[in-house]
Design a protein around this ligand. Sequence first.
Ligand code: ADP
Ligand code: MG
Length: 237
Amino acid sequence: MILKVSGIDSYYGNVQALHGVSLEVNEKEIVAVIGSNGAGKSTTMNSIMGAVPVKSGTIEFMGKDITKMKTHEISRLGIIEIPEGREVFPGMTVLENLEMGSYSIKRSRTELKNKIEEMYDLFPRLRERAKQRAGSLSGGEQQMLAVARGLMSDPKLLMCDEPSLGLAPVIVDDMFDIFIRVNKELGIPIIIVEQNAYMALQISKRCYVLENGYVTASGDSEKLSKDDTIIKAYLGG
Ligand SMILES: Nc1ncnc2c1ncn2[C@@H]1O[C@H](COP(=O)(O)OP(=O)(O)O)[C@@H](O)[C@H]1O
Ligand SMILES: [Mg+2]
């Protein structure tokens, strides 16, 4: 097991946002976290990253207790979060954004070049746009850049918060194909947080459903996508 979140309670000041949330990610697995707006999805990701205080419960990453660690220590261990809203550096070029993603890793010029080539093979659009300012890219291209920049640091776990937000449906399809490729070709486990439950259930192996800060359902994604309660609540059926 790569990640084990056990019964965490997280707070914003005195307000409890998560109630005993547990979730697990296994090697090479894509795990989905779905739920409506305000359910606690981002809070769960930010708790894992050490950005929201966890009052009780534990978070283990590759056998190490990271519950009380700081965000930069956690990312150094290999958890990379691509936050909601992507956050590329708009004034920098695509290439410069990719180089920034590598800053925490010691690489020779050649190694850096090879890594960037690897990203361009995965995202050919980024190769075409290498010299363009990130701010001038389309939403879908910016999302690709955000993922590629995250991958530059060779993460051991990638967490992506609402990657489909604000993207046109055909771009969303491309985006999810990319997650499947990253998972298959690089073997990186991925947590995908989505309000787009349909897509998230399609590409994940397992899924967790969050409601008002509680995990209210979890299990095999294919099974959950046939569950009446899930269909009614999240699949518009
Ligand atoms: N920075 C914050 N300060 C106070 N409350 C917050 C903050 N961020 C989120 N919340 C609250 O925590 C709950 C969960 O929010 P969030 O994790 O962002 O939900 P989701 O990502 O599922 O839409 C909501 O009630 C939200 O209003
Ligand atoms: Mg959110």
